[in-house]
Design a protein around this ligand. Structure first.
Ligand code: ARG
Length: 459
């Protein structure tokens, strides 16, 4: 129904040109003369004012509601079915359960592999090899290899941004690979998993084997830039991410694809097991709590041993993949048998403490440190028997440069064949930068089988 207030401005057309006949029982004002202009506009103003007030109040309510929700979400888990709040640190079985176990469904999980992932890249030449329990590992000849095979093999490695293949002459391979065993794809098998599409042969007809790079990874902005000795820019280390809980930086991590972050298992100790607590902030040089990605899976290595820090590795899957750009790019996973020499220069990055018992750094830091020989790290004067094959050490025996608290989970990278490779994950150390107490890192090369299997099983 039209009302006077809704009449278009300046309209003076009577509602009913004929004389209105008053209806019995209805209290209508007779429309004898048009209302004075002033009265109309003040009514309009009042309506406008009411609308503005309502909008402002709604705005305030929505904002307050949002902050209350954020606050509640940071402290409580909401059981939807039983309409009940339980403290967040009791979800993921600190008990006080929801009916139907809802509070156990969005938690950190763990995963152990006892099979061999059947595809790998090996040595610094990234030679493709396939595995079968009967024949073991065999290098794949480039005979009959097609673009489509490249795509298939890289798909299996879960790492498919701009896959490329090249041929490597057999006589340039390291001696342990020169003599085979070899295998070659059977023609017409372009989409069959590579390890099932090959037939063994004792030499490559073409005289060369396949080398793969499955991802546009490990490229950084400029050459290494050092500001004030240790400050770094995210565009030079674009795989570095900050793992945050309730807006607090807790650990570092590394993007290995747009969707997967490698970090340390010990970052999820204690009550930090509910997924909604975690956000992954990428692309920032200065620590920021804004933005960031939610995660829909956190998978710890099933062999992780918190007492020994053995197998200290975890993978996080982002709820939606990051957009690769100048400040966000994956790092390469290393090949098997990378063969980095002790003393090689590595880089560790993170927002961790600037000194032992210090504070988290507001801006990203980087340090160059040498890889330490395993036999030095296992000396009784260093870490002795605490070092397992899943660990590597990097740093100086004199101390002085090291990762520290808050760097955990972050990358130790090595530059080779014009790409950066994730060689280690910051794991532990006694104090920071102390003499004879170098940083200990999870040995990524030893974890490749686990990483590839987890990524394959959670596409
Ligand atoms: N565990 C530490 C963390 O949670 C990292 C330790 C690294 N320590 C070292 N000295 N390199 O952040």
């Amino acid at each position: 129904m039209w009302t006077l207030a809704l009449l278009p401005e300046g309209s003076s057309t009577p509602l009913n040109p004929r004389q209105a006949v008053p209806q019995p029982g209805r209290h209508r004002r007779p429309m004898t003369a048009p209302k004075p202009q002033k009265d109309k506009s003040s009514k309009r103003k009042r309506v406008l004012l009411t609308v503005v007030i309502v909008v402002v109040i709604l705005g305030i309510l929505v904002t307050a509601g949002y902050f209350i929700k954020v606050l509640i979400d940071s402290k409580y888990f909401f059981c939807k079915r039983s309409v009940k709040f339980i403290p967040l640190n009791k979800a993921c079985d600190g008990n006080i359960d929801c009916i139907g176990g809802e509070d156990e469904s969005t938690c950190v999980s763990d995963f152990t592999v006892n099979t061999t992932f059947p595809v790998r890249l090996t040595t610094d030449q990234f030679v493709l090899q396939v595995y079968s329990s009967g024949s073991g590992w065999r290098s794949v000849c480039s005979d009959d290899w097609t673009e489509q095979h490249t795509q298939t093999a890289c798909n299996q490695l879960g790492y498919t941004n701009k896959p490329q293949s090249t041929q490597v002459r057999v006589d340039t391979l390291i001696s342990s690979l020169k003599t085979g065993p070899f295998t070659a794809v059977m023609p017409g098998t372009t989409t069959t998993p590579i390890h099932q599409a090959t037939i063994d042969s004792n030499k490559c007809r073409s005289g060369s084997v396949v080398s793969l790079t499955c991802s546009d990874c490990g490229h950084m902005g400029n050459e290494i830039r050092i500001v004030g000795g240790t400050s770094a820019l995210i565009k030079d280390w674009p795989w570095q991410v900050s793992l945050q809980q309730g807006g607090q930086h807790t650990c570092g991590g590394s993007l290995v694809s747009p969707r997967w972050v490698v970090t340390a298992a010990h970052c999820f100790a204690g009550t930090k097991k509910e997924l909604s607590r975690w956000k992954v902030v990428s692309g920032q040089t200065y620590m920021s709590t804004l933005g960031g990605s939610y995660v829909d899976k956190i998978i710890l290595n099933g062999n992780y041993n918190p007492e020994l820090n053995d197998y200290d590795i975890a993978l996080m899957r982002l709820s939606s993949p990051i957009t690769v750009g100048e400040n966000r790019k994956p790092v390469c996973l290393p090949p098997n048998m990378f063969g980095i020499d002790a003393g090689a220069s590595m880089v560790v990055t993170g927002w961790g403490y600037l000194e032992e018992n210090g504070k988290v750094s507001p801006s990203l830091q980087k340090a160059n440190i040498p890889l330490l020989n395993q036999s030095i790290c296992t000396r009784p004067s260093v870490y002795g028997g605490f070092i397992t094959p899943r660990m590597i050490c990097a740093g100086y025996l004199e101390g002085k440069v090291d990762a520290c608290q808050g760097d955990s989970g972050g990358p130790l990278v090595y530059f080779s064949s014009s790409r950066w490779n994730l060689v280690g994950v910051v794991s532990w150390g006694v104090g920071c930068a102390r003499e004879n107490r170098p940083g200990v890192y999870c040995n990524v090369e030893e974890m490749l089988n686990w990483i590839y299997t987890v990524i394959e099983k959670n596409p």
